[in-house]
Design a protein around this ligand. Structure first.
Ligand SMILES: *Cc1c(COP(=O)(O)O)cnc(C)c1O
Length: 445
């Protein structure tokens, strides 16, 4: 594969942008390929190389790179009408109505411009609603590039996970391990009167893909109820991907007080949203006292793209298609691993998939979760499958990044560049894409 033009572009980019990229995960080694255009489930780079694309923009693309006609025409007509106004438009009301109709926890919703902005606003809202400062988060959880959640450590010793965040901010954040009901109970026993909210991804989706163990979210729900704290599900990545239009909360049957959205809800354009019970969401200004505002919020082109995206999914076999291909990939990769790397754990659900390069072979490879780890206590792998972000962190993360990812790229398969970010099937992907990908896995694993 020739990468001459991508290398040249990266050289230029390094002179004018930090690390040559606008989002850190894109700086793949030794240099990223620059995308020229998308085509269905594929991308074509600046040197004309074609890849099957399972990155899907890191989550927003449900249809791959060819939008269904109604989505494309909704975008074009709203862009042509003049991009935005600073006054409300009908399409944002319609989009809000659609989301409220389909997502169990949502009566009222505020649209913003990124997942980060959604979680920032949700945390502020929870603090305003409860008059408390502390939030509980999961170690290894991801809620965007925001001060309150870029925090590592333990409830006793939380600290910023990056330079630039004051230690004083981090002390209001209580990071606990995912899937550990005991740790959650203890943090509430210790800090219950000061906890404004628990902020949790229903599935840890930015640190491997870790499914919740049975009853975990129910425990969080009960603890929040008992202590007057809000349960916030960060569905930026799972929203309208896991559990179809009802999102992960409908799949798991647990209703949060507040839900944050992003990615798919904007149909491929920058977006975020905070939804929940009207009584809580109306804490935002101008209805309430918690300041929230944004020049681009509810952008008409984004709202049109998001609404047309979800409507098309409601009327077509979109989720059947993406979930079927997801299952085929998970089952196919599991078979390859059973043969070549039995210590690896295949994870994912619906249209999400990943392989965690776990190091320890299971005691018993008897078939349990053939379609991605489900945290099934009867599965032979239950003792070794990852249950927390830290478990995923112990995997062969360098092998993914430095060897496996490169090998897959050389075979024309574009995966997410590190061990932690998940991969996605889209409506544009085909059985042939799955076959090609499995053939490459067979060689590269
Ligand atoms: C992607 C993501 C975010 C951040 O969204 P941005 O649009 O990148 O700011 C927050 N939470 C979760 C769970 C995400 O996957």
């Amino acid at each position: 594969m020739n990468h001459e033009r991508s290398r040249e572009l990266y050289d230029r980019a390094l002179s004018v942008s930090p690390g040559g990229v606008n989002s850190s995960v894109r700086a793949t080694m030794p240099h990223p390929f620059f995308v020229e255009r998308g085509d269905g489930g594929h991308v074509i780079d600046a040197d004309g190389n074609r890849y099957v694309d399972w990155v899907m923009g890191y989550g927003p693309l449900l249809y791959g790179h060819d939008l269904p006609d109604p989505v494309e025409s909704a975008i074009q007509s709203h862009a042509a009408a003049g991009p935005m106004y600073g006054a409300p438009t009908e399409v944002e009301v319609e989009h809000a109505e659609f989301v409220a109709r389909h997502v169990p926890s949502v009566e009222s919703i505020r649209f913003v411009n990124s997942g980060t902005e959604a979680t920032v606003s949700a945390v502020r809202l929870a603090r305003g609603h409860t008059d408390r400062d502390k939030i509980v988060v999961m170690q290894g959880g991801y809620h965007g590039a925001q001060e309150s959640t870029l925090v590592d450590g333990t409830p006793e010793n939380p600290h910023p996970s990056t330079k630039g965040v004051p230690a004083a901010f981090a002390k209001h954040t209580l990071p606990i391990p995912f899937n550990d009901p005991q740790a959650a109970t203890e943090v509430f026993a210790e800090h219950g009167d000061d906890i404004a909210a628990v902020l949790v991804e229903p599935i840890l989706a930015n640190k491997g893909i870790v499914m919740p163990v049975d009853g975990y979210h129910e425990t969080l729900r009960d603890l929040c109820d008992d202590h007057g704290a809000l349960l916030i599900f960060d569905e930026v990545i799972t929203g309208f991907r896991v559990g179809g239009l009802g999102c992960a909360q409908s799949k798991f049957g647990v209703t949060p007080d507040v839900t944050t959205f992003g990615k798919i809800v904007g149909g491929g354009f920058p977006v975020g949203a905070i939804g929940g019970k009207a009584e809580i969401i109306e804490g935002f200004t101008p209805a309430g006292d918690v300041f929230q505002s944004g020049t681009f919020s509810g952008h008409p082109v984004t709202m049109a793209a998001g609404k047309a995206t979800l409507e098309y999914a409601a009327e077509n076999d979109v989720y059947e298609h993406v979930n079927r291909l997801g299952r085929k990939l998970r089952e196919g990769i599991a078979e390859i691993c059973a043969d070549r790397a039995p210590e690896y754990t295949v994870v994912g659900t619906d249209s999400m998939f990943k392989t965690v390069f776990t190091r320890e072979p299971p005691a018993d490879t008897a078939d349990g979760c053939a379609d991605g780890c489900r945290q099934d206590p009867d599965c032979g792998r239950y003792g070794t499958c990852p249950k927390t972000g830290a478990d995923v962190g112990k995997a062969e993360t360098d092998r993914w990044e430095r060897v496996f990812w490169q090998e897959m790229k050389d075979r024309g398969v574009f995966l997410t560049a590190n061990q932690f970010e998940c991969q996605f099937t889209s409506y544009a992907h085909t059985e042939a894409d799955v076959e090609k990908t499995l053939a490459a896995y067979r060689e590269a694993i």
